[in-house]
Design a protein around this ligand. Structure first.
Ligand code: SAM
Length: 280
């Protein structure tokens, strides 16, 4: 049974990285009039109150989005990210944090389409309420790993698949690689963005090795650490691995990540990595 609820973590440092990258990719897709398709394999609830019991308990957003809320002169990718999150909050007061589906829905146009998959009984219920009947959006209470592959290639032949599991099941670390390979096989020109947590560094080393040895092309990795790696339990860093990234992404993240490491790092332990896992 699934127990992960994103409401405990919404707006934390991992969401800042994930959603900044997500927004940049979607904005890039919008540069052409042609429609795109956005697929969210692990959609979550779509929107989160930062005053809920769960958010109050962990207060993770205070070390994430809250640290950027009042900062001037942010690098472009972060300025856009903060402005998107501000659109969900009245009077410049940070009380809500949108999940990836609502961020994408805010950015998509009439001609674009979205597929959302979510397995948790309660989260899908909230997601359906939050999205509230939008003809551009299809929501399914199904396994996003399997169903995202089944709908490839999308009719639009351009777009993004976000793979964002909770990794509460350890097999997720293997499944994300399998999912990328299957998606790529059917939609080799599409952008695929995978989020990963660094809880045990060895698991990420293995994932990187598998990608490097694979037939994928044009793969970048962006990682942001709040703390140094540790053997103890807990997430210290997280990253995004992007297959077929927009050509602008690396330069934008090169400007944003040093600042994120400084602003969101704890006790001067903030750091970042950018790595080309596969050449174009
Ligand atoms: C990290 S959260 C998603 C957060 C969301 N993508 C965002 O950025 O706002 C992961 C979600 O995946 C759901 N989940 C777990 N396994 C799944 C599967 N095989 N297919 C679809 N959803 C799944 C969990 O219930 C959880 O809500």
């Amino acid at each position: 049974m699934l127990s992960y609820r994103h409401s405990y973590h919404a707006g934390n440092f991992a969401d800042v990285l994930k959603h900044s990258v997500l927004i940049h990719i979607l904005e890039h897709l919008k540069k052409k009039q042609k429609p795109f398709c956005y697929v969210d394999t692990h959609a979550g609830a779509g929107s989160y109150s930062l005053q809920s019991e769960q958010a109050e308990k962990t207060q993770e957003y205070l070390q994430g989005i809250a640290r950027l809320w009042q900062v001037d002169n942010l690098p472009a990718v972060l300025a856009t990210y903060v402005s998107v999150i501000k659109a969900f909050n009245a009077q410049n007061k940070l009380t809500r944090y949108p999940g990836s589906p609502m961020i994408a829905r805010q950015l998509m146009r009439q001609q674009d389409r979205m597929f959302l998959f979510e397995l948790h009984n309660k989260e899908i219920e909230i997601l359906r309420e939050v999205v509230n009947k939008d003809k551009r959006v299809q929501i399914a209470h199904e396994d996003g790993f399997k169903r995202s592959v089944a709908i490839m290639p999308p009719q639009q032949r351009r777009g993004l698949v976000l793979i964002d599991p909770s990794y509460e099941i350890k097999s997720d670390y293997d499944q994300v690689f399998e999912a990328i390979m299957q998606l790529y096989k059917r939609f080799a020109t599409g952008t695929i963005a995978l989020w990963y947590p660094v809880v045990e560094r060895q698991r990420i080393n293995e994932l990187e090795q598998k990608i490097t040895a694979s037939s994928l092309q044009n793969v970048l990795l962006f990682e942001l650490a709040q703390l140094n790696d540790t053997q103890q339990l807990g997430m210290t860093a997280s990253g995004m691995i992007v297959v077929n990234p927009p050509w602008t992404l690396q330069a934008e993240m090169q400007l944003a990540l040093p600042m994120l490491a400084e602003q969101l790092g704890i006790g001067k332990q903030g750091s970042y990595r950018i790595k080309q896992l596969k050449d174009e």
